[in-house]
Design a protein around this ligand. Structure first.
Ligand SMILES: NC(=O)c1ccc[n+]([C@@H]2O[C@H](COP(=O)([O-])OP(=O)(O)OC[C@H]3O[C@@H](n4cnc5c(N)ncnc54)[C@H](O)[C@@H]3O)[C@@H](O)[C@H]2O)c1
Length: 171
């Protein structure tokens, strides 16, 4: 990435997101982190993840759910982003089977809302964090993107998100 870009990172308080945010700040970018502090694991841990970033002048945190951005939450309409990195997602295979609606809202509607935001703002680079679950129980390694996979739970939901992005992976 070029220097001093404006980057929106969703799932910023998570494991991957918080490390990415720190790296982007170190590299001189302006970062807006978006996270709803989903209770899948302790929200306090997520706040600790963001401790370093929170002290940085080029970082701003917006506590909102991705899917709510569609109705104006988070006041993102006035912002301009060069890149959106979409990492926010409810993770976990078993809970996705127990609460498919919650996962659909977060992972499908949330992704859709981020794509709409990117379209409205003409953001040309959109990075989406997928899941190895989309490969199903494939025994053959290395995995290939064109492999047929029977998908359940979170994998199906991620594959739907990839479809929204125009991925060629079979469902
Ligand atoms: N950690 C891994 O090994 C791994 C491997 C492959 C893919 N991934 C994918 O990368 C992404 C990030 O993974 P992670 O390990 O950092 O997960 P994580 O659970 O630590 O972080 C996800 C963050 O997203 C937030 N979030 C969840 N739903 C949200 C919503 N609707 N709106 C706003 N914020 C929301 C959570 O509060 C959390 O802070 C996920 O999509 C995950 O499926 C992770």
């Amino acid at each position: 990435m070029n220097t001093a870009e404006s980057i929106l990172v969703t799932g910023a308080a998570g494991f991957i997101g918080s490390h990415l945010v720190e790296r982007l700040l170190r590299d001189g970018h302006r970062v807006v982190g978006l996270d709803n502090f989903d209770p899948f694991y302790a929200p306090d841990e997520k706040r600790r993840n963001l401790k370093t970033a929170a002290a940085h002048q080029n970082f701003r945190l917006i506590e909102v759910s991705c899917q709510d951005v569609a109705s104006g939450a988070g006041a993102l309409e006035d912002q301009r982003f060069d890149v959106i990195v979409h990492l926010a997602a409810k993770a976990g295979v078993r809970p996705s089977i127990e609460d498919p609606s919650g996962y659909a809202v977060s992972n499908i509607m949330g992704t859709q809302a981020m794509l709409e935001l990117a379209r409205r703002h003409s953001v040309r680079r959109f990075v989406f964090g997928s899941s190895s679950s989309v490969y199903g129980n494939a025994a053959r390694v290395p995995f290939v993107e064109t492999a047929f996979a029977i998908l359940g739970g979170v994998a199906w939901l991620v594959a739907k998100g990839e479809r929204a992005l125009g991925s060629r992976r079979p469902a």
